[in-house]
Design a protein around this ligand. Structure first.
Ligand SMILES: CC(=O)SCCNC(=O)CCNC(=O)[C@H](O)C(C)(C)COP(=O)(O)OP(=O)(O)OC[C@H]1O[C@@H](n2cnc3c(N)ncnc32)[C@H](O)[C@@H]1OP(=O)(O)O
Ligand SMILES: N[C@@H](CS)C(=O)N[C@H]1[C@@H](O[C@@H]2[C@H](O)[C@H](O)[C@@H](O)[C@H](O)[C@H]2O)O[C@H](CO)[C@@H](O)[C@@H]1O
Length: 294
């Protein structure tokens, strides 16, 4: 079995085979193996990623995706495991990305640590997956927004530039979020799940300047705190809590019991905010990088 690098855009039949492989793995493992960025690149081919495929005869045994920044995902078909497919795909990713490689293990499933060690990789980043179930969590407090702000929702084409600027400042140290461009924003505004009425902005009365935002998402019947950001000059004043609550009330108000979110393990401020609002840890994603010498 050899690993084949296929340039984007992938043929429709290949996209279908990768999608089926990911579905089978998700059903078997209880966690999706491919994240939004990979799913978007599979569908549009616009992000410049590399697609690695490994066949066993006619059957697709494994798939890996490599982003230009070195972030990667790897999934082996449930019926092709423990046959060296993961090792071969991991070695191919290392050959392409070298020291910049960062492979995700969503759910840190059995075997992920062992495969990473075999490839000379070690855990480099933890991403917590939190959940809040309205039926069991403490009731949400009401939104308390400082009088200096007013709450409205995102207007595509009008708020893009201001949002990109606040997002870049709020996530200046984040590995992915802070570098979003208009193209990244447009790609998501074009998704079926996008709803401008579910994208909350806090703007300063008078100046209209954007202080912060809470972009919510609903996919497969589950609500998500997709991204919350407060401009650094407005942080520490209650705006993040007010915006988070506005989105939570909106999602629960749509009858969604379960709300989820992703937050980096190092993000103390955000984790404390979400835990104060009834979120608890439901899973953990780990990203592996080449082991540091010494
Ligand atoms: C799902 C996601 O989007 S995860 C990513 C979240 N966004 C980011 O990390 C972007 C950069 N950070 C930010 O934009 C902000 O710091 C946020 C959104 C995390 C918090 O926004 P702020 O407006 O500063 O929060 P706010 O003032 O409302 O504080 C709410 C609670 O958050 C927690 N919190 C806020 N800042 C801190 C901090 N520096 N240290 C510890 N806890 C903090 C506290 O529990 C606080 O409640 P308290 O003040 O009663 O103790
Ligand atoms: N809270 C956000 C912005 S800081 C966050 O941490 N996002 C992560 C997260 O993204 C999720 C992932 O792409 C899921 O597949 C998708 O269904 C969710 O809607 C996304 O929020 O995980 C990514 C790694 O897998 C990471 O790159 C994002 O920054």
């Amino acid at each position: 079995m050899t690993v084949e690098a296929v340039p984007a855009p992938l043929p429709e039949a290949t996209i279908a085979a990768v999608t089926e492989l990911a579905r089978a793995a998700s059903h078997s493992d209880g966690v999706a193996p491919l994240n939004e960025a990979t799913r978007l690149d599979l569908a549009t081919g616009g992000a410049g990623g590399i697609h690695l495929l490994q066949y066993d005869g006619e059957a697709l045994a494994g798939y890996a995706h490599l982003d230009p920044d070195g972030s990667a995902e790897l999934v082996v078909a449930p019926n092709a495991r423990r046959q060296g497919v993961g090792t071969a795909l991991g070695q191919a990713l290392l050959a392409e990305a070298g020291e910049s490689l960062r492979i995700w293990a969503h759910g840190r499933l059995p075997g992920a640590d062992e495969l990473a060690a075999r490839l000379g990789l070690e855990p480099a980043r933890e991403l917590f997956f939190l959940a809040r179930d309205a039926s069991t969590a403490v009731p949400l407090p009401e939104v308390v927004l400082a009088p200096a702000y007013e709450l409205r929702t995102f207007v595509p084409g009008q708020d893009d530039k201001a949002w990109l600027a606040v997002n870049a400042r709020a996530f200046a140290t984040h590995p992915e979020q802070g570098s979003w461009t208009q193209a990244d924003l447009d790609e998501r505004l074009g998704q079926e799940w996008f709803d401008p009425a579910a994208f909350f902005l806090a703007v300063e009365r008078g100046s209209g300047r954007l202080g912060g935002y809470h972009w919510t998402k609903v996919e497969d019947g589950v609500g998500e705190v997709y991204v919350v950001g407060v401009d650094p000059s407005h942080q520490g004043t209650g705006l993040g809590k007010a915006l988070t609550l506005a989105g939570l009330h909106h999602l629960h108000g749509k009858g969604l019991d379960r709300i989820v979110l992703y937050v980096d393990g190092t993000n103390t401020a955000a984790r404390r905010l979400y835990e104060s609002l009834g979120f608890t840890t439901a899973a953990l994603d780990v990203q592996y990088a080449p082991a540091t010498s010494g």
